[in-house]
Every structure is written in C-alpha cells, then in structure tokens.
Design a protein around this ligand. Structure first.
Ligand code: DGY
Length: 324
C-alpha cells in the first residue's frame, strides 16, 4: 500500500503509517503546488493531507482508482471536495476532539489580548517609548457581566463558552440547530437568531465550519449590526469573515477590535489590519501545541491504518457534515 504524506508530520504518526504501508513524505518546507500534489499522489492508496492542500476530483483522478482514503490532519475539511472523493469510493477523515481545548485556549488568548490591549502594550515597551502608570492609562474592556456570542456551538464553541463562563460572561449562541438541553443548561446558554446575537454580544467568537453558507457570514452588514464596543474573534476559517469589510469597519470604529488567527487568503493578511493597534493577529496557531499536533497526526494515521486494513475509518466526514 502506498501512503502519501503532503507535509512533515510527527514521528509517532509515521510509525503507525509505516506499519500500514510504504510511506512517502514530502521533503518540502512549504505546501505542494497543485501540480506537485497531483504528481505526488500517483498510485496512492492513502493520502495524509493538510488544510492548505486542495484535494478535488483532479487529485483523486491523478491518484488512481485504488485511492481508498484521504486523512486530513485538521478538524476542518473545506479543502476537500468530499462528494468528488465519495464518487470515487474514497473515504475522507478529519481529526475532531483532539484539538478542542488547544483551539479554545487560543480563542480565549486572543479575546483577552485584544480586550486588554496586550499586543499594544507589548509593542509600546519594545519600542522603548516613555510611559507611566496613571488611572487612565491603556484602559481595556472587562469581561465580567459581558455577553459572549458564540457562532457555532460545536465542541470548540462549547469549550470557549466554558472558559467564558469562568470569566463571568453570559453566553448566547447561534447555530444551524439547537444545542442539546444539557449543553444549554451547563452553559446557561441562550440560542438567538444570528442578527440578535450580533446586536447583543460584547464579543462575537466564530466557531462554525467554512461552507458555502458561512463564507462571508461576517460581512459589512453583520459588522454594522455589532455594538461599537464589541470585539470579533475568529479561530475557524478566514473566509467566514470578509476581511476587507472588517478593515473598513474597524477604521470607521463600527466595532472596537478583533482577534484573528485565520485569514481569507493565508498566508496573506489584509495589510490595513496589520496597521491597527486594536487588532491582534496570530498565524493560524489554534491547534499549535506539541501535544495537540501529535494527537492530530496520530488520529489521521490511525484513520489511514483502519481503512487500509479493511476496517471502517474512525472519523469519516460526510459531504454536508459540520467540522467544528
Ligand atoms: C483545523 O483543525 O481545522 C485547524 O484549522 C488546523 O489545526
């Protein structure tokens, strides 16, 4: 069995894959180009992919009819044309669960950083600019008694909401379906129509998967509906936010700030956002802990091993399934 891995992954996962077949790992320190990807997957029974690999029908065709599984090392799988793969009899898997806490921690880190002006304060000190303590110096926004609006109350959204509860915040949420009663009651969470969430929340945190319906969910109109004092946090996928509209809204002071881990055209970032003190940016670090990345790669490898040994995959995704 030939297993193609499109980017370096932790050794522990390679050990699992080597027991399942002959493993080829890209030696590039960058994503493969679409042509390189099609070339690399020729004859593959399994592909271990990353979020920057666009796996569509042309890639499946290049692999050949023996392709059995594409294991994405991510919970999101908007980079994969699942129906095209299903049409060729190949399963698609993702890595839910193992990155929930790491991603929720990062979302909360961004929330704290932007509301308490941590990046701005650090830049001030590093620039060796003069400063002195006084009661009006660099005041931020407190969280206690404020409202967190969670868009997509899946595993990660719930984990962020639990953290927010510990900070004394009230939880409102919006999603395709109502959360289970025990989830709502554990979080004291109230489901609101999307527009009401926008007008109510002091912080809006995005945890919905990227789908045709959620692309540019946060557009100029949505940003205009938010409170002038509200903050936007995005740790899901960049295209859920219209980045140019966000820069416009921030410049017009329609919202107070943003914490962003993901971007519309990664690795590029809308340049105006990088000039703003009330924007905190990180380079897609949601799941970036040693432990979590190892667990993600291991889970992808176990999915490959299961399928290649004729067993059902552990985390198969369906064409219309949610990622978060
Ligand atoms: C995911 O899992 O979808 C993240 O974006 C990558 O860690």
């Amino acid at each position: 069995m030939r297993i193609v891995v499109t980017r370096q992954i932790p050794e522990a996962a390679l050990v699992v894959l080597r027991e399942a077949g002959e493993v080829w790992v890209s030696g590039e320190d960058r994503p493969l180009t679409p042509d390189e990807l099609r070339e690399a997957v020729r004859g593959a029974d399994a592909v271990v992919s990353m979020l920057h690999d666009r796996i569509d029908g042309t890639v499946a065709e290049a692999a050949g009819p023996q392709l059995k599984v594409v294991a994405n090392v991510a919970v999101g799988y908007d980079n994969i044309d699942v129906p095209a793969l299903a049409g060729r009899g190949a399963a698609v898997t993702n890595t839910p669960g193992v990155l929930t806490d790491a991603t929720a921690d990062l979302a909360f880190a961004l929330l704290l950083a932007v509301t308490r002006r941590i990046g701005e304060g650090e830049r001030l000190l590093r620039a060796r600019r003069p400063w002195s303590f006084h009661l009006g110096f660099m005041l931020g926004a407190g969280l206690q008694g404020k409202t967190l609006g969670v868009v997509g109350l899946g595993q990660i959204g719930q984990a962020v909401a639990h953290r927010a509860r510990a900070f004394g915040m009230r939880i409102v949420y919006n999603g395709r379906s109502r959360a289970r009663p025990e989830v709502e009651s554990a979080l004291h969470a109230e489901r609101l129509p999307f527009r009401d969430l926008l007008t109510t929340a002091d912080v809006v945190s995005l945890h919905c998967p990227l789908t045709p319906e959620t692309r540019h969910l946060i557009d100029a109109e949505a940003l205009g509906a938010m409170k002038h004092t509200a903050f936007l946090i995005n740790t899901t996928r960049g295209p859920v936010v219209d980045e140019a509209a966000l820069a416009d809204a921030l410049l017009r002071r329609e919202i107070a700030g943003a914490g962003l881990d993901v971007f519309e055209k990664e690795p590029e970032v809308e340049p105006r956002l990088l000039e703003m003190d009330n924007v905190v940016v990180t380079p897609h670090l949601g799941s970036a802990t040693v432990e979590t990345r190892t667990e993600m790669a291991l889970l992808a490898a176990r999915n490959v091993a299961a399928v290649l040994s004729g067993e059902p995959p552990l985390n198969e995704v369906r064409a219309s399934g949610a990622a978060s």
